[in-house]
Design a protein around this ligand. Structure first.
Ligand code: SF4
Length: 371
């Protein structure tokens, strides 16, 4: 089904949410990362064609200025600080320019799109703060003193939301997040663990209980194979089992966690969109109001889209804006199409099995006449 694309009439590129993944280099380290999945050919491929950070910043600035483009919200993925100098300079350069922009806008009382950043860990965040202390005017202007929780929280305070992909509840995390949360909400993007079952579910739910006190939101992310990529029948079966496992995890948490924690939890929008699509025929907002800019400037509506969806490289601001315009004419959810609907609908049987108390083989053998 083709849904109306609401902003095709406007010559200004208007989007609700723009995601920027600036580089592919960090993907080598993180298990399950969608950037890595998209670059499955290997490390050499990851080094090819990355839009210069000055152009990536120019795109963000264009969306902030509002003349040619506007976004209600911009989310930038901040990679673990790379070790190679060229890669490091890219990330630090972008980080510095974006914070300079947000700081100037604060001082001038100018409205910007809501600015969100996603850091891998607290260490990732601190390694950028450490560099800003030495090199960035926007940071030094505000703090001439030694490190305090308040000074370390400054970049967090210049954002509208700060996301972390991995957190542990230790004293440094508690202190720093408490300070950041005085002005900026903290969100935890938690990838739902695999292989959950009745026997181990409590251990995994305990992690949410531990983290609950130190964050404002918990976003439960489900792992997705790259959308649009051809899959083998074995991969399809695995994905169906995985989605059953995710659904089981969500069912269990809604039964077992107190309301105060559940109120902070937001379930992966894709899963909700699939349920919504099954109920109403309307699906996700990718390509309508949400776009993902990849490191090489190609653009997909879907943040998990395979590179086969969009091969058009964009190494300049103009080329990236054009890629967004082109992506607006598609609808990845059904044109690609998004395989989550099918996986979800075929995950019922696995879900029932997970929800049933498992009986060990020895018990099965002894009770074979009864079971
Ligand atoms: S097409 Fe939409 S629902 Fe499917 S994975 Fe992408 S964002 Fe999620």
């Amino acid at each position: 089904m083709r849904l109306p694309i609401i902003n095709t009439l406007s010559s200004r590129v208007e989007v609700h949410t723009l995601f920027l993944q600036p580089t592919p280099w960090c993907a080598r380290k993180c298990k399950g990362c969608y950037v890595k999945e998209r670059n499955a050919e290997g490390e050499q491929h990851l080094q090819d064609l990355v839009t210069p950070f000055t152009e990536q910043f120019a795109v963000i600035k264009t969306f902030c200025e509002g003349e040619l483009a506007w976004a209600n919200e911009i989310t930038i993925a901040i990679d673990d600080l790379p070790t190679q100098r060229r890669h490091r300079n890219h990330m630090l350069g972008l980080y510095d320019k974006v914070f300079n922009l947000t700081k100037e806008a604060r001082v001038a009382n100018k409205m910007l799109p809501k600015m969100h950043m996603t850091f891998h860990t607290l260490n990732t965040y601190l390694s950028y703060v450490d560099s800003a202390k030495r090199n960035s005017e926007w940071y030094r202007e505000s703090f001439h003193m030694e490190d305090t929780w308040k000074s370390l929280a400054l970049p967090g305070h210049l954002l509208d939301m700060i996301n972390f992909s991995q957190l542990t509840n230790n004293s440094v995390t508690r202190n720093l997040l408490a300070e950041i949360r005085k002005e900026t909400p903290v969100n935890y993007n938690y990838l739902i663990p695999r292989n959950v079952n009745k026997n181990n579910i409590n251990k995994y739910l305990q992690h949410l209980i531990d983290i609950n006190d130190i964050v404002d939101h918990i976003y439960l992310v489900i792992y997705k194979d790259p959308i649009g990529k051809a899959r083998t029948s074995k991969e399809i079966k695995t994905s169906q089992r995985n989605i059953a496992s995710d659904r089981f995890y969500i069912q269990e948490l809604s039964k077992k966690l107190p309301t105060s924690i559940k109120n902070k939890i937001h379930i992966d929008g894709c899963l909700k969109d699939v349920e919504k699509f099954n109920a109403t025929g309307y699906g996700c907002s990718s390509n309508i109001s949400r776009f993902q800019i990849w490191p090489n400037g190609s653009v997909t509506g879907c943040a998990y889209g395979d590179k086969s969806i969009s091969k058009r490289i964009g190494l300049t601001t103009g080329a990236i804006l054009q890629n967004i315009r082109t992506a607006r004419k598609l609808y990845d959810f059904t044109d690609t199409p998004c395989h989550l609907v099918d996986d979800y609908n075929k995950s019922e049987e696995d879900l029932i099995q997970l929800s049933t108390t498992r009986v060990g083989q020895i018990t099965k053998d002894i009770l074979k006449d009864i079971l």
